[in-house]
Design a protein around this ligand. Structure first.
Ligand SMILES: [Zn+2]
Length: 258
């Protein structure tokens, strides 16, 4: 059985095909293909003939209906099927967490993606936990100060550590200075707090910025604030297709449990 996983990002739409093993399908420009998203799905359907399609995007859902898609307004009117093929949607960080929990065989996992913003997905007993739909907005927890956040609030973690708030994250990572800034310390504290709330056995960090951090430095930073007896594995997952692969699993698992 073939399943398709799609990651709708700010720059690219990544497609992976799962037919037993993963194979990379294709990369499309978001700018060109997002306005014609369902046309693209039609084309993919006739090429790969999947049983179901999973889509991960920086959107927030309640009861499978999107409530917010600040960067992808074209997708707010999502469809549940195309040519009778079911489409399953989820927040991209949830797809990332689902993928990591399966490949790492982790029962309880916290998956954090750090790119333009910070996304987070929770897996408990192998199931993605969504709360009312918006669970685990770790990027918007209050860490102090008056800095304005893109969400309209202030003093949130993203104001100190994210692609939109850091001046030159590439350079900071390359020079190693990123581990010395206040934002990195706040990130470690926030993850430590989440670890103590959820007691995961695994914390996976990915995304354009997160996937390139030094795992040992991050682990040391987090463990400085974690109470003894908590000992999750901390791992950097530097796979740009992790969200699309997670969307594949979302399609497969949702299709099989219908
Ligand atoms: Zn915020």
């Amino acid at each position: 059985m073939v399943f398709l996983g799609i990651d709708v990002g700010g720059t690219n739409i990544d497609v992976v095909v799962m037919d037993g093993e993963f194979e990379v399908g294709n990369v499309f420009s978001t700018k060109v293909y997002l306005p014609r998203f369902y046309e693209l799905l039609d084309k993919l359907l006739s090429t790969y003939k999947p049983k179901a399609i999973g889509v991960g995007a920086a959107m927030w859902f309640r009861d499978n209906k999107p409530v917010k898609a600040p960067n992808l307004p074209e997708l707010i009117d999502v469809r549940g099927t195309i040519s009778n093929t079911p489409i399953f949607w989820d927040n991209d960080a949830n797809c990332f967490a689902l993928y990591c929990s399966i490949v790492e065989d982790a029962r309880n996992l916290l998956g954090i993606t750090i790119g333009t913003g910070i996304g987070c997905g929770i897996v408990v007993d192998k199931n993605v936990v969504r709360g009312g739909g918006l669970a685990c907005e770790i990027g918007h927890i209050f860490v102090g100060g008056r800095k304005k956040c893109v969400c309209g609030g202030h003093g949130h973690l993203e104001c100190y550590f994210s692609g939109w708030s850091l001046k030159n994250p590439e350079e900071l990572i390359k020079s190693g200075k990123i581990y010395k800034i206040k934002g990195f310390n706040l990130l470690c504290k926030a993850i430590a707090n989440a670890v103590m709330l959820l007691d995961p056995d695994f914390v996976a960090i990915g995304g354009r910025i997160g996937g390139r951090l030094n795992g040992k430095k991050l682990k040391n930073g987090i463990y400085e604030y974690v109470m003894p007896h908590f000992n999750p594995e901390i791992k950097i997952v530097n796979d740009p297709l992790a969200v699309a692969k997670g969307a594949c699993y979302l399609a497969k698992l949702s299709y099989q449990s219908r």
